[in-house]
Write a protein that binds this ligand. Structure first.
Ligand code: UD1
Length: 441
């Protein structure tokens, strides 16, 4: 297993491009199952989660052709064999987002068998809302040997309906993606109330419409889908990754750096930019090649002394749970007390104890952490427990005095492409090593 050794203290400076979004790409790749014509997706990042999704699509009868244009990785997915409907446990357990093949498979092939994802480091993560939504469209769902088995009604087609998808913790992003995909081929009109408003849902709707679907209202809590008989091939470029962009902005902020970010989806980061501004990390748009607020060139600069703030994670457009851990690292070195409350995944705090090992002063109770800023963090051996927690520890390591070693960076590789190389190109001092080489005192 790989680990990072980080020599902290170097301010980041330079220019970096934000990659295509992992969370947009995953359901978008799964949506290729809705047609037997080729679907081409551009700017797909090279990540472990994406490789797992491609492996799953191959098992489901797709061929995948990889190509490159303008430095962007493109993938063409072509469904050749529609006889296998199973997403097996060995794939689903490595990547929970495998669940997003459920809606497309069911709608197109009339039946889907998807292993039920278990819990993970950030909480229980049930899929009850996905199943409830599909049942509302007429699917018959059973649990067989740990697998969810979903079947269309005897006519072979789901039936459009008005349904409510909200849950105790708000809307569900992949649940909305699944129901939206399933509804594209249903008979009649589906109205999803309480839909997730995340930009990744909007991006998926764009691809579906390019394939001939009729999806309206994506990005609002009410999505209307007029079912069509069939979908065709299309080409689509995924949106830039707002979480990767936010991670770079925070990394620049904690090192007191000056970084230019290209392809920054500022329009999808309003709550994050607002919080960073309050703290003293200023992000300014530069005149760029495009006027697109989802693809800006921005420059980040920060004040020497950071101010504390109060952050609560919320569904979009609120502050994203996927940046909570990174923001906590930043607030560890602010001048005063901050309060972070996690409203999406209330157990998503495994990074708290690790930051404590680096000298952070944190008090955790229930869904809230009080962060009392310290003058400096001190390098230490720490362990990554999930994707965003790894990013948090790396950010902390960039600012800490001395050397930090972060173990289990395979979590990071799930969601950030060549992160150490890209941070090093900005002046960071990170080395990827084999964990076995580490000698800790
Ligand atoms: C997606 C993102 C993940 C992000 C999360 C919340 C992908 C691949 N992953 O995950 O990075 O952290 O959105 O923004 O896009 N819930 C239920 N029942 C369900 C489904 C969800 O109770 O059937 C709960 C969850 O436990 C959680 C909340 O709803 O508390 C939101 O989860 P959800 O939006 O579904 O997360 P994902 O789509 O899995």
């Amino acid at each position: 297993m790989d680990a990072f050794t980080i020599h902290g203290g170097a301010p980041l400076s330079g220019r970096v491009r934000v990659n295509g979004s992992k969370n947009a790409a995953l359901p978008i790749l799964a949506a290729a199952l809705l047609t037997d014509e080729p679907v081409t997706i551009r700017d797909v990042p090279r990540l472990a989660d994406i490789s797992n999704m491609l492996r799953l699509l191959e098992r489901l009868g797709c061929t995948i052709d990889e190509h490159e244009s303008n430095g962007m990785r493109g993938l063409t997915i072509d469904v050749e064999d529609e006889s296998d409907n199973t997403a097996p446990y060995d794939v689903v357990r490595t990547m929970r987002a495998s669940v997003c093949v459920l809606g497309p498979l069911l709608a197109r092939r009339g039946m889907a068998r998807v292993s039920l994802p278990g819990g993970c480091a950030i909480g229980d993560r049930p899929i009850d809302l996905h199943l409830r939504g599909l049942e509302a469209l007429g699917a018959r769902i059973t649990l067989e040997g740990g697998d969810v088995v979903a079947r269309t009604p005897p006519t072979g087609r789901l039936i459009g309906k008005r349904l409510f998808l909200g849950g105790a913790n708000g809307p569900t992003v992949l649940g909305t993606a699944n129901i939206m995909c399933a509804a594209t081929l249903a008979k009649g009109t589906t109205i999803i109330e309480g839909a997730a408003c995340e930009p990744e849902v909007v991006d998926l709707a764009k691809l579906l419409n390019a394939m001939g679907a009729q999806v309206m209202g994506a990005g609002t809590p009410r999505i209307t889908v007029e079912g069509v008989e069939r979908l065709h091939g299309a080409t689509h470029t995924v949106i830039p990754d707002r979480i990767e962009a936010g991670t770079f902005l925070i990394a620049a902020g904690i090192t007191n750096g000056k970084v230019t970010l290209e392809n920054c989806p500022s329009d999808a980061l309003v709550a994050t930019l607002d919080q960073l501004e309050r703290v003293g990390v200023h992000v300014m748009a530069l005149p760029g090649r495009t006027e697109d607020p989802m693809r800006e060139t921005v420059e980040v600069q920060c004040e020497r002394r950071l101010k504390p703030t109060i952050v609560t994670t919320q569904p979009h457009p609120g502050f994203p749970t996927d940046l909570q851990a990174q923001m906590m690292a930043l607030l560890c070195v602010a001048d005063g007390n901050s309060v972070i409350t996690e409203r999406i995944f209330e157990q998503r705090f495994l990074h708290v104890a690790e930051l404590g090992r680096m000298g952070a002063n944190l008090f955790h109770q229930g869904p809230t952490v009080v962060v009392s800023g310290v003058r400096e963090l001190i390098g230490a051996p720490v362990m990554a427990s999930d994707l965003r927690a790894s990013a948090c520890l790396i950010i902390a390591g960039l600012a800490a005095r001395g050397q930090t070693t972060v173990r289990r960076v395979y979590h990071l590789d799930r969601g950030y492409e060549s992160m150490e190389k890209r941070l090093n190109s900005l002046g960071a001092l990170i080395e990827r090593v084999d964990e076995k080489q580490l000698v800790e005192i």
